[in-house]
Design a protein around this ligand. Structure first.
Ligand SMILES: [Zn+2]
Length: 180
């Protein structure tokens, strides 16, 4: 066998350099994170998802249930709200995710607490949706790998990764010949 490989790229920067809509989406994600129902994990997640069709921003938080497997993830919650409002096949423009233990307050605008060069940020620090949510997100990207997903590092920097970089080996509606 021979290895074939690709490069995964994540952008790291400062909150103040983001465009206004993305900044606003961080505030929306923080607000909805406070509503998360997570009595078991105590890990609160908030997501803001913007529709490419209307520009409207939808929100979602994680909702845990005592039966465990019926837990709703924040990303899926936001995406499903978008579909419920705008209909099947609505395209996601971009998504903002803020997450952390219940004891952590998300400070906005974030304060950079650790001075370091971008190249010192480790991949393991980059916030990203879980595998289940990457699949849910991809389904509403409508084959557009450039859809952006933003996150916040505990040290105050913001990160952006495209769905194509975060989810390089994809299975989606196109593999089944399905169009919404
Ligand atoms: Zn998830």
């Amino acid at each position: 066998m021979k290895a074939i490989s690709r490069t995964v790229t994540v952008w790291v920067g400062r909150f103040e350099d983001l465009d206004g809509v993305v900044k606003e989406m961080f505030y929306v994600a923080r607000e909805v994170r406070e509503k998360a129902q997570a009595p078991s994990s105590r890990y609160l997640v908030g997501v803001a998802a913007q529709s490419a069709n209307t520009g409207y921003v939808y929100r979602g938080c994680n909702v845990e249930r005592a039966s465990w497997t019926q837990t709703t993830h924040a990303e899926q919650n936001a995406l499903d709200s978008m579909v419920a409002a705008e209909g099947r096949g609505v395209k996601l423009a971009r998504l903002v995710l803020v997450a952390g233990p219940e004891s952590i307050d998300i400070v906005l605008p974030p304060v950079i607490t650790k001075k370091r060069e971008i190249w010192q940020v480790k991949f393991s620090e980059i916030p990203a949706p879980c595998g289940h949510c990457l699949q849910c997100i991809w389904e509403n990207c409508l084959e557009d790998g450039s859809v952006e997903m933003y996150g916040l590092l505990p040290t105050g920097e913001v990160t952006m990764v495209t769905i194509d970089n975060a989810f390089p080996l994809k299975f989606g509606p196109a593999d089944l010949g399905v169009k919404y």
